[in-house]
Ligand binder design. Structure first.
Ligand code: FE
Ligand code: FE
Ligand code: ZN
Length: 282
């Protein structure tokens, strides 16, 4: 069975997200660990997290993804900003240990003019510290569109971070279909070629999750504007191929499309339809 869900608001807590996911036909979901624009996390309601854990076990959820706030910049020029990133990441990763299989995903960072090489070194140094101070929870680097000074628009940049961080087995990659396409990879015309490039750079065993999004802009635009499935430049046939690809098929897929809950339910049903159709034919 395909594992698919969408990004949900964590405003009503953990258990509420689990229930909403089920109502949408999802068996996984993603949420922000704290306000996406930054700041402090709400105090952890442990009973609520454990209630979600029980629901996830009962209903056979796939691992969920906790997304770091966008303001978290592991390679900021200002040491105080990097220190915030390190503390926030450590705290958020620790909290996830309550949820079985939960993964922490973050945008590698923006080098803000220091250059990719310095950025990579700073991100790797921060990851080493977070890995040292936490246990078990996988930490995923998201593939980026390469907008502005974003690091992670090339698979080789992710490889350099992984290498410099010591290649810890807890480090993984989350493939965002919109970002990869916007970064210039031919996801619509040559999915296998894109996955081969990812395999050569980091190894497909590092791939732990997929952000399933269409893109408002053409390939290589570096704009990072998500579209609903089939309402962008990637299109349904290519997104369907991604969902059904043997290297991706077992991973949790998360929609980050501009949508309301009803729209997410439709997109989830659409992707489940591809999966079921294929299972019948194949
Ligand atoms: Fe993201
Ligand atoms: Fe994403
Ligand atoms: Zn994006």
């Amino acid at each position: 069975m395909l594992h698919i869900g969408c990004h949900l608001s964590c405003a009503k807590g953990y258990l509420a997200m689990g229930r909403q996911a089920l109502a949408l036909g999802a068996d996984t979901f993603q949420f922000f660990t704290r306000n996406p624009r930054g700041g402090n996390a709400k105090p952890l309601d442990e009973a609520d997290a454990l209630a979600l854990r029980d629901l996830m076990r009962e209903r056979g959820f796939a691992p969920v993804i906790a997304h770091a706030p966008y303001t978290l910049n592991a390679c900021a020029a200002d040491p105080a900003t990097r220190d915030f990133a390190r503390r926030a990441m450590t705290e958020d990763v620790r909290r996830l240990s309550l949820l079985p299989g939960a993964m922490f995903n973050f945008h590698p960072g923006c080098h803000v003019g220091q250059g990719t090489r310095s950025g990579v070194a700073l991100i790797a140094a921060l990851l080493r510290e977070v890995l040292e101070e936490t246990e078990d929870t996988p930490i995923l680097l998201e593939t980026m569109a390469g907008k502005g000074t974003e690091i992670g628009g090339r698979f080789e940049e992710l490889r350099d971070i992984l290498d410099a961080a010591g290649g810890d087995a807890r480090l993984g990659v989350c493939l965002d279909t919109c970002h990869v396409f916007d970064a210039g990879y031919d996801l619509a015309g040559d999915l296998q070629g894109v996955l081969d490039a990812l395999e050569r750079a980091v190894g497909l065993e590092r791939l732990r999750a997929v952000h399933l999004n269409d893109s408002k802009n053409p390939r290589g635009s570096r704009k990072d504007r998500h579209a609903r499935l089939g309402e962008g430049e990637i299109g349904v046939p290519a997104l369907r191929r991604a969902v059904l690809h043997p290297a991706l098929r077992a991973l949790p897929f998360v929609l980050e499309t501009p949508n309301e809950p009803e729209g997410y339910a439709r997109e989830i049903a659409m992707a489940r339809g591809w999966d079921e159709e294929d299972a019948h034919v194949g």
